[in-house]
Design a protein around this ligand. Structure first.
Ligand code: NAP
Length: 341
């Protein structure tokens, strides 16, 4: 039987306007980078998406190469759109991106107009969509003029293949340049998708100011530092985790020093009545530049725990002070662009 969404789906989620636009995003959004690829979507993965939407999570984030193999998360998501979620299309904000390696040859990655437009067309086909809500340039390309990448984004926007356009992991400097170029073409840079967590603060060194000053929204990816900011790595590396599976999160980051930091942070979370992941999400959302925290989850249990973070979003001054004392020592800076970019 086809999925039917809960009729209570808008009863508890909070939404924030994305920058100075009229579009609201849920405080928590779900990304399909891990756990949604392969030949078909697992039962648990489907449940995650259904339970997310039941909880008012209207935004799902994808990219051309999410899988593995590349493209399979979009293909699987497209099947779900056809079978179950399509009837809610007007309630969903779906995003995709182009820029990382996707297919062989000189046009399979980066920021050329050729790559970005072809990739967007491929994503739409895989997801069986006429348009995505947001389309991103996934990374700054130092070998392509920014005007050309902007040209591709403008073309995608004007052709109606995306309602809004964004950039991901661009530095403050390149974001400023992109804002100006797009503005000159009558297009608004709608959103930035940077990595951000309480142990990864690079956006605070200029980017957040740029976004606020220009009314650009911000969706923070890896707010749990890929799961490091959860209770599970407090005393080792459990099985069935990204680290134990040698996945995108390297065990080199699980140093003695970093483990001490998360244990210290956990003590603060516990006093707030939260798990470490709940405090980490609440903390990201405490930054007024941030529109939404973009999480990944492996299980419905993780999803539910993370949604419960919304029950306590307030921090006292002393909590924030203590968190800063502990967390800044970590400063892992995953995906932070170099200052030249
Ligand atoms: P994340 O939320 O920081 O990490 C997700 C991982 O944390 C999960 O797979 C799980 O790891 C663990 N986790 C989540 N909730 C947990 C809980 N309550 N307890 C214990 N562990 C928990 O985010 P992410 O997956 O790195 O990134 C989220 C999304 O951001 C992606 O899906 C993608 O859409 C986007 N993203 C974008 C870029 C970009 O370049 N623009 C890059 C990366 C990600 P285990 O699987 O180990 O259990």
């Amino acid at each position: 039987m086809s999925y039917l969404a809960s009729n209570k789906r808008y009863s508890s989620m909070e939404y924030r306007f994305c920058g100075d636009s009229g579009l609201k995003l849920p405080l928590i959004s779900v990304g399909l980078w891990h756990n949604f690829g392969g030949n078909s979507m697992s039962t648990e993965a489907k449940k995650i998406l259904f339970k997310s939407f039941d909880a008012g999570i209207t935004h799902f984030d994808l990219a051309n190469n999410y899988g593995p193999p590349y493209g399979s998360a979009e293909t699987n998501f497209g099947k779900l759109i056809k079978s179950d979620l399509g009837k809610y299309r007007d309630e969903l904000i779906i995003s995709s991106k182009a820029g990382y390696d996707m297919w062989d040859g000189p046009y399979g990655e980066w920021g050329s107009k050729k790559h970005v437009i072809a990739s967007c067309d491929q994503s739409l086909k895989r997801m069986k969509l006429e348009y995505v809500d947001i389309f991103y340039s996934h990374r700054f390309d130092p070998n392509t003029p920014l005007e050309e990448t902007a040209d591709a984004l403008e073309s995608i926007y004007r052709s109606g293949k995306a309602l809004y356009v964004g950039v991901s992991s661009y530095s403050a400097k390149k974001t400023n340049e992109m804002i100006k170029i797009l503005k000159g073409r009558g297009v608004k840079l709608f959103i930035h998708q940077p990595s951000y967590s309480l142990i990864n603060r690079w956006i605070e060194k200029g980017l957040t100011k740029t976004l606020i000053n220009n009314g650009v929204g911000c969706i923070a990816f890896s707010p749990l530092a890929q799961g490091f900011l959860s209770n599970k790595y407090l005393s080792g590396i459990p099985k069935g985790t990204r680290v134990s599976e040698n996945s995108s999160f390297s065990k080199d980051l699980i140093t003695k020093k970093n483990t001490q930091i998360i244990n210290d942070l956990y003590k603060i979370a516990k006093k707030r009545g939260q798990s470490l992941s709940q405090m980490a999400l609440a903390w990201v959302l405490n930054n007024k530049a941030v529109t939404s925290a973009l999480i990944g989850v492996r299980t419905v249990e993780q999803l539910n725990e993370n949604i419960d973070a919304l029950k306590n979003l307030k921090f006292s001054k002393s909590e924030l002070y203590m968190i800063n004392q502990k967390a800044i020592e970590g400063d892992i800076n995953l995906w932070a662009p170099s200052s030249a970019h």
